[in-house]
Design a binder for this molecule. Sequence first.
Ligand SMILES: [Fe+2]
Ligand SMILES: [Fe+2]
Length: 275
Amino acid sequence: MTTTTIFHCSDLHFGHAAVPEQYEAMETLIQQYRYDVVAISGDLSQRARSGEFQSARAFIRQVEETSKVLCIPGNHDVAWWKSPFALGDDHKMLENYRTFINEDIEPVVHVPGATLAGLNTSHGVVSRSLTWRVRDISIIGIVRREQLDRLRGTFVESPVGDARVVVMHHNPVKGELSQRHGLKHTSRILGAFADMSVDLVLCGHDHQDAIHFIEHTKKGTVISTAGTVSNRMRGGRPSSVNSIRLSPDSVEVSTLVWSSSDHAFVPGPTKCFRR
Ligand SMILES: [Fe+2]
Ligand SMILES: [Fe+2]
């Protein structure tokens, strides 16, 4: 029976917000448990600067010695001011991300038992990302119809029986403390995922860890929201990561929480769902 293991971290915010002993502890955990995949669901940088992405690249290089890595950009990784409302060169917004992290902003990773597909929800300031909350205009996440079409194609072509995993930045479930969705049109997007038989969504952005199960008549979806690994925790909560085991009949998500006395990530809540 194939079991697939995923180390899910998010919002590393390399730059002033990064805490070296925390990302070193992540490297140790990944080497120890030899995860099949390390998924980083965006916000690798603080201000989309090249130096921040170079630090992120050093972390990824280390992790790639033991695991496959899947990364997607978050809103902090997009230099939206270089092309607001698509005025100017759209490519410039993700230039540093593409140079230092990956030219492909929606990569697909296949491992035995699972297909993981990146979905970019960070498009900078575009008309569809406008909201009544002015401070949200460059923050809100959107998914375009053509992205969903491409995602559907990826899963249709994936091996039969593979767990279907979407990795995206913005949280489709309201954060408990923030009381906000990161993503616009969440019910339509979650409905499309159910239609594609998506088993699991990996996301971040809220800076508060959470594990949810979304009921749907077609297919229920597990949502793993990873907290941040930085000094930008919400409500004074500790940094955290999620450790996931996928088997043909279950999805188990365990949160590992930073302990400043142990200088390590220690076991936190675990939830297990039937696939
Ligand atoms: Fe973030
Ligand atoms: Fe974010």
